[in-house]
Design a protein. Sequence first.
Length: 114
Amino acid sequence: MNKDNIEEVINDIREAEARADDIVRESYQQGKDIVLSAEAEADRQKKDTLESCKQDRRLALQRADEEVAKKREVILKKGEKAAGDLIAAKKDQIEEQADRLVEILLEKYIKTDK
């Protein structure tokens, strides 16, 4: 091999090493970009998931509140009916007792007047 051939081979090796260095730098940068992109996507998915969970919780609470309101209405109606029935029953008893008291008083005052 002559000197020109040796220099050409050395130049080829240097060029190949430079290309290899460029490939390594590009690969490293691509790897960094992929990691950054993956981290950004993971953060976005985390935020989306959190927002979805918050929305689900709000909807569940709203449905629970609506169900509680319905049940409260049923209970209140039953309570109002029971109270009305009790008032009606006691009213009859009170009227009976009032009539009896009037009879007692009438008997007492009518008999004493005689």
